[in-house]
Each structure stands twice: as structure tokens, then as C-alpha cells.
Design a protein around this ligand. Structure first.
Ligand SMILES: [Zn+2]
Length: 286
């Protein structure tokens, strides 16, 4: 964890190391030609680009909240090689650096349940046994997302891994919600759909300041054009509509947009033309 926390009123937002991996560059930009996206994102000879899986920790005066959980520590050698994992998941160590234990996390908000966001719900302990990473936390998931976890379509079967959810259900730490909900004053979940049917965003508000986590609707700062969307999106036209709607709404609130997959920029603000007007950390502004 190297990025300093972003202070949002009484809240602090940290980015924890949920594991880095490399994906095919083309899949992250859908129909956008490589000659355009490679100006924003460097690809290697195999056409892969570096992505991080940053687990957000939001500290409020009363809660320690995790947004998405990273790759986890249970990937097999084969999976580590397929997904070209270049840096391991280190969430418990990053928490310890902040003086926090896994038991100190009381809310986990899941934007959706793809393995790169849900892989850290369960972890392998030192004794080799699987356990909930955050055993005291209620884990919030949209109802439609959970329905797809339990009965994945053919395409989702390769990305919703039962091992990430079985224990959560068994131990009663799952909270299924239907639509929008303020889970705590200043912490709101809003159902978005688009990337997956039950994808949701997290809105944070404290002392007049706003930040929004759009999850995989806005995975990196290279995706500021609403038409630049991922091949992984299940409902692409919905993603474009939602991005236009949320960009306009949250830009008017002078909101931060926080990222999960961006290796360089952890958050940004958008200007009137949809350009990036500020970044976090500030040194990344170009
Ligand atoms: Zn993702």
C-alpha cells in the first residue's frame, strides 16, 4: 500500500493491495481499436496490460468498510499463470500496517461477484483451512447478483466461483438487498446493472464532500469516454447509459470517482468536458 489516504470529510479512503494481474488489452476496451487505447494504456508484446485489484478501505468514525475483496490467496498455480498474477493479494498485511485486524472490518460492500472482486471473501489461513477473511462483517450483495451467483448463466459460470460464496452463506454473514440502500449515514449502495445484472455502486458522503465507486462501470481513468467499455460487460448499452448518467450526476456534485483496476490513478474528478480535472494521488495528474 503506497497511496496516501484520500480524506473525505470525516472519512478516509485507503487502497489496499488486492493482487495485480495482466489481462488482454483488447478485452478491457471492447470495440475500441488498439491504435486508440494504446495511447492511454501500455501493452506488452503479448498484448496484455497491467491491472490492479485495489480493495478500498473506508474508515468512518464508527465503521471500517471494505469495498470488494481482491483476488484472495486461494488461486491455484494454474490460475496464477492463466491470469498472469504479478503481485499477490496482501489485504491482511496492509490492514495490519494500519493497526487493523480482519475482525475490525464490520461491513463488506460487493459491487458484484466476479472472481476478481469476490476472491478475497474467503481466504486460506495459516493452518491451511478456509475461513471468511472478515468474519465479523456483513457482506452486502444485490438480490439479482446473488440469484446469478446461485444459478449462473453459461457465461458467468467461469467467473462466479462457488468457493467464494459457500462459506459466506453458511456463516450467515450475507446481507441481500434489493435496490438502493443507505447502509450507514453517508454510505449508500445503488443498483446499477450494466456490467452484471446485479452490479451496484457505492456512494460516500461526509461533511459536504462526495466520492463514488462505480466498480467495473468505470474501471480505470482510461475509461472516461462513456463509449469505452469492456468486452466483459454483460449489458453494454446499459453500461454506456449508466456512465453518462452517473458522470453527469456526480460531476455536478464535484465528486471523486474512485478506481479498483487502475495501476496509476486511484481516484479522479471530472471536468465539464468529461476530461480529468484532478487526480489522487495528485502527482499522477497529466
Ligand atoms: Zn473487475
Amino acid at each position: 500500500m503506497t497511496t496516501p489516504p484520500l480524506i473525505l470529510g470525516d472519512f478516509q479512503i485507503y487502497w489496499l493491495n488486492g493482487g495485480d494481474f495482466r489481462l488482454d488489452g483488447g478485452t478491457m476496451f471492447g470495440a475500441v481499436p488498439k491504435v486508440l487505447w494504446q495511447k492511454k494504456c501500455e501493452a506488452d508484446a503479448a498484448n496484455s496490460i497491467l491491472l490492479v485489484n485495489d480493495v478500498l478501505l473506508v474508515r468512518t468514525p464508527e465503521h471500517n468498510i471494505i469495498i470488494d475483496t481482491g483476488l484472495g490467496n486461494r488461486l491455484t498455480e494454474k490460475e496464477l499463470s492463466i491470469f498472469r498474477v504479478t503481485s499477490p493479494w496482501a489485504v491482511p498485511a496492509d490492514l495490519a500496517d494500519l493497526g487493523l485486524a480482519r475482525d475490525d472490518i464490520d461491513l463488506v460492500l460487493l459491487t458484484h461477484c466476479d472472481f476478481d472482486h469476490a476472491g478475497g471473501i474467503v481466504m486460506e489461513n495459516d493452518d491451511g483451512k478456509d475461513a471468511l477473511t472478515f468474519p465479523q462483517a456483513l457482506h452486502y450483495v444485490q438480490k439479482t447478483e446473488w440469484a446469478d451467483v446461485e444459478h449462473p448463466c453459461r457465461r458467468a459460470q467461469s467467473t462466479y466461483w462457488p468457493a467464494n460464496f459457500d462459506l459466506l452463506k453458511k456463516e450467515g454473514q450475507l446481507k441481500i438487498i434489493d435496490g438502493d440502500l443507505e447502509v450507514y449515514p453517508g454510505v449508500k449502495l445503488r443498483h446499477t446493472g450494466g456490467h452484471t445484472r446485479g452490479h451496484q455502486l457505492v456512494e460516500l458522503f461526509s461533511q459536504g464532500e462526495t466520492a463514488v465507486h462505480l466498480g467495473d462501470l468505470f474501471p480505470t481513468h482510461a475509461h472516461t469516454n462513456p463509449l469505452w467499455i469492456m468486452s466483459y460487460d454483460n449489458f453494454p448499452l446499459e453500461v454506456i447509459d449508466r456512465k453518462e448518467e452517473y458522470f453527469s450526476h456526480y460531476r455536478n456534485l464535484d465528486s471523486w470517482f474512485t478506481f479498483y483496476h487502475d495501476p496509476l490513478i486511484k481516484a479522479c474528478k471530472l471536468g465539464g468536458q468529461g476530461d480529468i480535472s484532478r487526480t489522487w494521488p495528485p502527482s499522477q495528474h497529466r
